[in-house]
Design a protein around this ligand. Structure first.
Ligand SMILES: *Cc1c(COP(=O)(O)O)cnc(C)c1O
Length: 359
């Protein structure tokens, strides 16, 4: 079913952002994170466009399989690794690198009749307490893996940071110290940094960086903490048409619940976008929508597939295409108003509406 709202995905901006990341982490290889359908931007289209990436990372082996089936030949990492023996067989057959983060995965590996030719990343929990082996378990896990894997298998070491977006947070210093303590005396390649760490913690860059959000043009560092400007460009913009314009009198109420009462005579426009398109309902009475070349504020509640905007003094016409976020209204700003993060908005909208790709 086709919706009126649509997303434009600018692939030139995507590649521009990759080049920016390359400049910032200029000693590292880049594992472009394309999980969750490339944060709503379309996993396959993003991978096909990102020639310059050294590898891709997804959450599940299934996603990696889809990329292989569609001709993606670069290394692909499954960040949650395999969860059963079928997953494992697929990873081996399709040359998919897997993260090993739990004892259960070693048990599955042991059920194979021969040693597996499988490239793995051992995930160490240095303080986030989500996935990964405890620091004390590492040596033992490494020994077991080396006996279960074919000698040509490559091993990398990884961890994930919980607070990298906070410039001065000592938790990150501690996580880096823990990691270095665990991996010292090993020559395996290392990977730590997500987008925030790429920008804020150069000591975390190591052999491979793992950018997600920055690739899509969003800076995860709080504006007040930003030291250098980073040249990132919005890849997704969300659009929808203006489908009604009407005059409302002072005191008339607009939308569900009559939350908004016109303080004076107003011109009200209705845009065909709503929470069914991933435009958050939290935005009632808040941010600005770009229409023509002007910004118009939302008035009243966000409905399932409509919003009302104040068009008083705005030059426009029915059928004009509004921008809900993109280059003029940043998705970060919209996310802030909606009390969420841009990751959630990009995933929700990108997976709800049609995507139009721009080269
Ligand atoms: C999602 C994810 C990333 C990318 O995070 P961003 O903040 O989007 O850059 C990196 N590493 C792991 C393990 C992830 O799950």
């Amino acid at each position: 079913m086709k919706r009126a709202a649509f997303a434009r995905i600018n692939l030139a901006h995507l590649n521009h952002n990759l080049a920016t990341i390359r400049k910032v982490a200029n000693q590292s290889k880049i594992m472009a994170v394309v999980k969750a359908n490339a944060y709503g931007h379309g996993m396959l289209e993003v991978c096909q466009s990102l020639d310059g990436a050294d590898a891709f990372a997804v959450a599940y082996v299934n996603e990696a399989m889809e990329l292989r089936e569609n001709g993606i030949r670069k290394p692909i990492v499954a960040l949650q690794g395999f969860s059963d023996s079928e997953d494992l067989q697929n990873a081996i057959a399709q040359n998919i690198d897997v993260v090993i983060h739990h004892e259960e995965q070693l048990k599955i590996l042991k059920t194979l009749s021969t040693t597996a030719k499988l490239d793995v990343l051992i995930k160490i929990d240095t303080g986030m307490h989500r996935l990964g082996f405890a620091v004390e378990e590492f040596q033992n896990v490494l020994k077991q893996l080396q006996s279960l894997l074919h000698e040509s298998s490559k091993i990398k070491l990884m961890t994930h940071l919980a607070c990298a977006d906070e410039i001065n947070n000592f938790a990150t210093t501690q996580q880096l110290e823990q990691f270095d303590l665990v991996v010292k005396n090993n020559t395996f390649e290392q990977t730590i940094a997500n987008s925030a760490a790429i920008l804020a913690w150069p000591g975390s860059h190591r052999d491979w960086v793992r950018p997600g959000l920055t690739l899509y043009g969003v800076n995860p560092i709080e504006p007040t903490y930003r030291t250098d400007p980073v040249d990132l460009r919005a890849v997704m913009s969300l659009h929808a048409p203006l489908i009604s314009i009407k005059n409302c009198k002072k005191g008339e109420k607009i939308g569900y619940g009559g939350d908004f009462s016109c303080p004076e005579d107003m011109l009200i426009g209705i845009i065909a976008v709503g929470y069914a398109d991933g435009y958050p309902r939290h935005l009632c009475n808040r941010p600005n929508v770009l229409i023509g070349a002007q910004l118009a504020p939302i008035v009243g509640r966000v409905s399932m597939d409509m919003i009302a905007i104040d068009l008083t003094g705005v030059e426009t016409h029915i059928g004009a295409i509004a921008e809900l976020w993109g280059e003029s209204v940043s998705v970060e700003e919209v996310a802030k108003h909606a009390e969420t993060i841009s990751y959630e908005l990009l995933c929700a909208a990108g997976n709800a509406v049609e995507k139009k790709y721009i080269l």
